[in-house]
Design a protein around this ligand. Structure first.
Ligand code: FES
Length: 145
């Protein structure tokens, strides 16, 4: 029987985390290959409906990552994202969405090693949790109803 390989979607900002992930590759640091990166201009642009859509589309885990506080290239987008995450987390708890499957982090363009660690640790954590079938079944039933 093959081992479960989680599908992880990473919503990242262009200026820091995407560049950090690029550095991971150019530095030849190995990390889990089952992460799919979706690049945004800034984490302030990330609408958390995207997260529920990612889960509904089959994701088992999600990473949201951008510039460190005070390093946002649009001044305060990451602060908006952080505030939005605090509210969204409560909504997730209320709706029964497993927030252990969502990782929020800051990764700068110089932190290729940190990006690899975040992806690998998220991958291991999601492997322990298993496929997010309960959400996938729920969302499919909702769509069909
Ligand atoms: Fe990176 Fe705003 S530009 S979080």
């Amino acid at each position: 029987m093959s081992e479960f390989e989680p599908k992880i979607v990473a919503f990242v900002c262009n200026w820091c985390t995407y560049a950090g992930a690029d550095l991971t590759g150019t530095s030849r640091i190995k990390y889990s290959a089952n992460v799919r990166i979706v690049r945004f201009p800034c984490t302030g642009r990330i609408d958390y409906m995207l997260l529920t859509k990612a889960f509904a589309s089959g994701a088992d885990g999600i990473i949201v990552s951008g510039c460190h506080p005070n390093d946002c290239h649009y001044t305060s987008g990451n602060f908006y994202a952080r505030r939005r995450w605090m509210v969204f987390k409560k909504i997730c708890d209320f709706m029964g969405i497993d927030t252990r499957r969502i990782v929020f982090s800051w990764v700068s363009a110089a932190e290729g090693g940190k990006w690899a660690e975040i992806v690998n640790s998220t991958n291991e954590e999601i492997k322990k949790l298993g496929p997010y079938e309960s959400y996938h079944k729920l969302s499919t039933q909702d769509i069909l109803a």
